[in-house]
Write a protein that binds this ligand. Sequence first.
Ligand code: CU
Length: 493
Amino acid sequence: MSMKSKKPILLVSGLGLLMVILLVVFSFYSDSKEAETKNYLGPAGIPVSREMRAELTAPPNVPGPTGRRKAKKLIVDMEVLEQEGVMSDGVKYIYWTFGGSVPGSFIRSKIGDEVEFHLKNHPDNKLPHNIDLHAVTGPGGGATSSFVAPGHETQFSFKVLNPGLYVYHCATAPVGMHIANGMYGLILVEPEEGLPEVDKEYYIMQGDFYTKGENGERGLQPFDMKKAVDEDADYVVFNGKVGSLTGDNAITANVGETVRLYVGNGGPNLVSSFHVIGEIFDRVRVEGGDFINNNVQTTLIPAGGAAIVEFKVDVPGTFILVDHSIFRAFNKGALGMLKVQGDENKKIYSGKQEEGVYQPEGSGIQEMPVDNDLVQVNKTATSLKEKMEFGKATYMRTCFACHQAEGQGIPNAFPPLAKSDYLNADLERAIDIVLHGKTGEITVNGKKYNSVMTKQDITDEEVANVLTYIYNSWGNSKKEVTQAMVTSRRNVH
Ligand code: CU
């Protein structure tokens, strides 16, 4: 080979080398630029790559760890569902939920994630809702951007800037009532490196409930505003109901495993003295933040706050989770179980383990009631008596959460229907409101109300029956509403 033919090869490989060097220099430069931006802006400067759909779980389960994944655009799809559930044996309650469970779906994110939040209000729901996430930096924690009527969806985005465990809740007026009906949950923001690995993770949230009947009184129980204002709870429970974590619903672990509990407190009123009988928390991330306390017996969880507790289970048996304000545990429901299986270790604990020692006293096992008021009937009413009967069934399904069992309403929130001058003054207006909804200020019996009533998705016959029931109850003017009257109003607007 001559010298002439070698020159271009040298030139090409020289150019190639130069490009490699330039690329390396450039990537160092852009890396340091990225790091600079990040340092300057803090977590707000963390870039996001790609997008992913958030895994959402119902309690007591939590989504898988974020591990070492980078910050992403995280899409959260949350549906609000108002639905009847069981508070305790024989006691039913209409829960308002994020995702169909109390507490609502667990959201797991990573610091720097850009969360694109979709809040959907199911068309069968009666009320508007929104969401305030304590992990949000911004007005209302998202509440001002997420107000959504039944049958609608809203969207807003936020960047998670602070690691920790945060409560979210509905913040629609009356806020206390929305929270008291179960509208709360937890969002975890993991640090860049993720949380240390553990063997078992569970999601537990305490809440206090206020019912018209006393603890254990059977049937469908409406929310009681006065008791809520007085902070006189009938039920204090983990995960929305008595017995959500006992018996077959107990959480489990094996001897030698490390358990991490994400514990929140939705309130609305009470703070929790969270304790596990027979265990010591090896680590508590106090109030869900960075501070780690070791060797803790009972940790205080404020209403609207959370804690992460971790402990290794050394011996088998049933460990009882309580709010150590102890009447709440044994008389109001704040009691759960962690069942640990494995070999005994007599050096650590010699005694005999027994199950079923602790049973809630306040809501003993009762037979399921047959609630004739709520039996669905697919037949047309032929008499006033039947209209009243069917109308009451519709009322109990559709109206009573706000207007209450005796039509008394809720002071400063929902107007009364009992002896209501507003109702009795104008029948057509009443039909229109049921059919088309109502917003804005009205005056009922001399008091001003400014709440939202959404249009009710029920048939004309049901509207006729329910209004007949209302007009013929609680001292009202005894008008009878026919299906034809409702149908003629349906197309007016
Ligand atoms: Cu709500």
